[in-house]
Ligand binder design. Structure first.
Ligand SMILES: Cc1ncc(COP(=O)(O)O)c(C=O)c1O
Length: 338
């Protein structure tokens, strides 16, 4: 009998776990190393999902293990306004490698939180509340992030936040704006989308939140120039642009940040999954100009794990390895078929 069907394990799981995302996979994971995890029968399974799309250096990378071991024994967690060297060093490193002047960094734990942090700041700074997102987006399950997530079920949880508006996601294969010759008029699609947004808006457009490659919505890579045009259309409406690089950030797409492809620098950029390479770490980046205004207005995003040293130390090592081992360049080469 397969050890994966262990009746005690599944009886306990069924009795005590909340089913938070459909059925559980019919295996019991016992260990994970590199690109593989091993089930209860000792079977090695190639982890095509890199955990939850996060284990960017493979599971239990020896340098990450060493950093985590050190910090869990020396400097694990602190009161959220007490700073430590890994936090300040990571913020400075992220500021250095990110595009434009995204020099102010908030470190939190999850992608949803990092997007909440950006959305709250955009609302505070603009004094407006309407947020535009793509029709196949995924930004998280917390209130603001979920209000702007359209690729998961929105039904049954009551009203989303007021002012959640939608743009058609750019789908280069299935868009209705692809004509009989197969030509995709994405400019027309964007114009159409913003025309609807303008008609629905009550004059309080604050922000537009977008994944530079829509990930959970089907890995939709917008045509070249799309993000630059979107940024222009947001600027014309005084809307702040938030790029959610949870899945695309830190070299996966052949540039350190996917938004670099179109040379667009948003007002906010969020990182999560890949930043901790599997450990809970996320970041919200913005400009000093915006952060100064937010601080003057008493910006609050105070969480239990804001600025925790242990995950920050891991994040520092993750970026160090990505840069040192030239993973971004390697992704670009592989993408070109090299
Ligand atoms: C693009 C994107 N943003 C945000 C999130 C939410 O991150 P988390 O689940 O860490 O809150 C996800 C999760 O899949 C995501 O894919």
């Amino acid at each position: 009998m397969s050890q994966n069907t262990d009746p005690d394990f599944w009886a306990k799981a069924n009795a005590h776990l909340v089913r938070y995302g459909g059925a559980f996979a019919p295996v019991i994971a016992e260990s994970a190393q590199g690109n593989w995890f091993t089930d209860a029968d000792g079977r090695r399974i190639l982890d095509f999902t890199s955990g939850q799309m996060s284990a960017i250096l493979g599971h239990s990378h020896p340098e990450i293990v060493a950093v985590a071991r050190h910090y869990v024994g020396e400097l694990d967690h602190l009161y959220s306004t007490v700073l430590s060297r890994p936090v300040v060093d990571l913020a400075a490193l992220i500021a250095k490698i990110s595009p434009g002047q995204l020099d102010r960094v908030l470190l939190v734990s999850t992608g949803g939180e990092s997007n909440e942090a950006a959305l709250r700041m955009a609302k505070l700074v603009t004094g407006k509340h309407e947020v535009v997102a793509m029709s196949r987006s995924w930004h998280g399950v917390t209130g603001g992030a979920a209000s702007n997530t359209y690729s998961s079920s929105r039904k049954g949880y009551g009203p989303p936040q007021p002012g959640a508006l939608v743009l058609p996601a750019p789908d280069t294969y299935r868009s209705r704006f692809i004509d009989d010759r197969g030509v995709y008029d994405w400019q027309d699609e964007l114009e159409f989308g913003f025309d609807l947004v303008d008609r629905q808006s009550s004059g309080a457009l604050a922000a537009c939140i977008v994944e530079p490659i829509l990930s959970s919505g089907g890995v939709l890579e917008p045509p070249e120039g799309y993000m630059a045009q979107l940024a222009k259309m947001c600027a014309a409406r005084d809307m702040q642009l938030i790029f959610d690089e949870a899945q695309t950030g830190l070299g996966r797409t052949g540039t350190l940040f996917a938004c670099e492809r179109d040379g667009v620098v948003p007002q906010y950029l969020t990182l999560s999954k890949t930043l901790g390479a599997g450990l809970p770490l996320a970041a919200m980046l913005t400009t000093p100009e915006i952060e100064d205004v937010a601080a003057e207005r008493g910006y609050l995003f105070y969480t239990t794990h804001a600025s925790d040293p242990l995950p920050a130390a891991v994040g520092l090592k993750v970026i160090e390895v990505i840069l040192r081992d030239r993973f971004s360049e390697r992704a670009a080469e592989l993408g070109r078929g090299g």
